[in-house]
Design a protein. Structure first.
Lengths: 148, 148
DNA sequence: TTGCGGATTAGACTCATTCTAACTGATTAG
DNA sequence: CTAATCAGTTAGAATGAGTCTAATCCGCAA
């Protein structure tokens, strides 16, 4: 079942939207709720299915719009793997992604600051990077293969 | 102008294809030639345009097939950035990619072995990764902004 | 020469994403 | 109070990279 937002999360949503001059709407709240309820890197379509459980009339276009808005104001990250459908991730801490080739599941991998630093250090002078994406792919056999 | 393959490159092509039970064909040779002639991470469409200069009758489907074959036998790498068209890269050394947001150009960034090692080390036990992709995006102002 | 199998071809198809134009509903201006 | 405005939402059409299909080609072996 999809829980409602906590007061804290609702404030987080409102603040992030407000900073870029946008408002909380019922649809945005529904989509955000869905993202926080199940942190499994859903595709747009999965978000859409889940959002309709909470708000039956919501449209796919709106789900696209909401997700884009959230990405724009830094509330969620896009996760792309090869040319598969884009997935969404509300984990804001710096992290890499690991994609299990067998199940298609995506797992977050914590990214220690010293690794981030060594990565930045390989850029030759003149290259200024705002975003670094790191993605692994392979197999995850362990028990926690469904977590995260 | 697009040069012919050197003897060395032709052998490389033949050997890699042979290892996975495939043959050198005129189309494959043309596509490979195009990739080596201009190492600028072309899209399929760009490869197609260039290949037609060398072999006017070649079809888009064949260019897709050739590129997929090359990826399959390890001759080239795919480079994906967000959901843009896939690009292709004949640089086999381990390297990251840097995408210039202004020009859309992709540059290779050398990846020292110790950085690779520190990256592998962040994977929790149970995660076995065959492939690591690292991509930066931002601005490259420098003079060599058009190279590689 | 016939047949086989891999490679190539043109064009149809798929499907994630984007676009468009109409509609809604809240807020502001007169 | 109306009317005008404007962001947000909606359904459905359009886009475009990539894939699939069925026909053809071509080198080689029986």
């Amino acid at each position: 079942m999809i829980q409602n937002l906590t007061e804290h999360d609702r404030e987080h949503l409102q603040e992030a939207l407000g900073k870029s001059g946008q408002k909380v709407t019922p649809q945005r709240e529904a989509v955000f709720t869905v993202l926080l309820a199940q942190r499994d890197h859903p595709t747009v379509d999965e978000v859409f299915q889940r959002a309709r459980e909470v708000m039956p009339g919501v449209s796919l276009a709106t789900v696209y719009n909401c997700l884009e808005t959230f990405v724009g104001c830094g509330l969620v990250r896009q996760v792309n793997h090869e040319r598969e459908s884009t997935r969404y991730c509300p984990n804001l801490a710096p992290h890499a992604h690991f994609r299990d080739k067998e199940t298609g599941q995506v797992h977050d991998i914590e990214l220690p600051p010293e690794v981030m630093k060594s990565l930045r250090s390989i850029l030759p002078p003149g290259f200024d990077s705002e975003v670094i994406e790191i993605s692994f792919s392979g197999r995850a056999q362990s028990k926690d293969a469904q977590a995260n």
